[in-house]
Design a protein around this ligand. Structure first.
Ligand SMILES: [Zn+2]
Length: 282
């Protein structure tokens, strides 16, 4: 009940800002974002500052100067498991509030999947391999580059049908497993996969669950993942441009048929990559 009241108070506050824009100018901007989604947070430029360093949900966020508008901006992702609540983006040095972010609940469905038994109850040897590979992926996604490689809008990396599988609570052969942290695209085997934006190849892997895969670092803690590939066509450390071919769709690893698993991680938060494609970026 109390939570409900606080939410209503917050919404009332939001509507005040909408009715009285002059009033709003004295307050930091307000953003709304659902669990597992991304916002492009922009702030007015400040003179004599090359970039803005902020803090959000315990993570450091860098806001880069944007060419066209003269503002500062950063992509901010909210993990699919983040608790809905109101949070502040603060200046890392002065602690001043730069923006308010209202995290809203998202609805994720359930999915029953049938796969070969080894993918549900792996042997001890396979478990060792899975653990090592999990640590490898975790390490690849951790570094936050001092540079923003991505520029402008993100494009969808494959010609295929999005299956709406992001965030699904999955049950493999009747046994519950982790929620699905990417979006799957149904596409015939050997369909080309393209880089959705500029970046650097952080890693090329061949793992038990994800099969042949690629991880791209787009800078400032933003990574994209491409799994179950038939073939990878890039090398670790290689610089890539938006639209460049990086691999071919396949069904390697734990896959029921040919498809592309496209994942996105921003400062450790697993987000729906399709929520970035819809944003107008600069
Ligand atoms: Zn998937």
């Amino acid at each position: 009940m109390r939570r409900n009241f606080l939410n209503r108070l917050f919404i009332f506050f939001l509507s005040l800002l909408w009715v009285f824009p002059a009033f709003a100018q004295t307050f930091p901007p307000l953003y709304e974002v659902k669990q597992g989604e991304v916002i492009f947070l922009t702030l007015p430029s400040k003179q004599n500052v090359p970039l803005l360093k902020g803090q959000f949900l315990g993570k450091k966020i860098t806001l880069d100067p944007l060419n066209e508008s003269g503002k500062f901006g950063a992509l901010i992702g909210v993990d699919l498991n983040e608790t809905p609540a109101n949070h502040l983006l603060t200046d890392a040095e002065s602690q001043e509030t730069l923006a308010m972010v209202h995290i809203l609940p998202n609805e994720f469905g359930r999915q029953e999947v049938k796969v070969p038994p080894k993918f549900v109850n792996p042997s001890r040897r396979q478990l060792d391999r899975i653990k090592k590979e999990g640590q490898e992926i975790h390490a690849l996604l951790r570094p936050v580059s001092e540079e923003r490689y991505w520029r402008g809008n993100f494009i969808i990396p494959v010609t295929g049908t999005p299956m709406g599988t992001f965030g699904l609570r999955r049950v493999f052969n009747g046994e519950p497993r982790n929620p699905h942290s990417g979006e799957d695209f149904a596409a015939p085997e050997k369909t080309p996969v393209y880089a959705p934006n500029d970046g650097v190849v952080a890693g090329v892997v061949d793992h038990f669950f994800s099969g042949k895969g690629i991880i791209i670092d787009h800078g400032r803690g933003l990574f994209t993942e491409y799994f179950h590939l038939f073939k990878t066509k890039v090398k670790k450390g290689q610089k890539i441009k938006k639209g460049e071919e990086i691999g071919l769709v396949g069904k390697t690893g734990r896959a029921t048929g040919p498809h592309l698993h496209w994942g996105m991680v921003i400062n450790g938060a697993k987000v729906n990559p399709l929520s970035v494609v819809h944003l107008k970026l600069e």
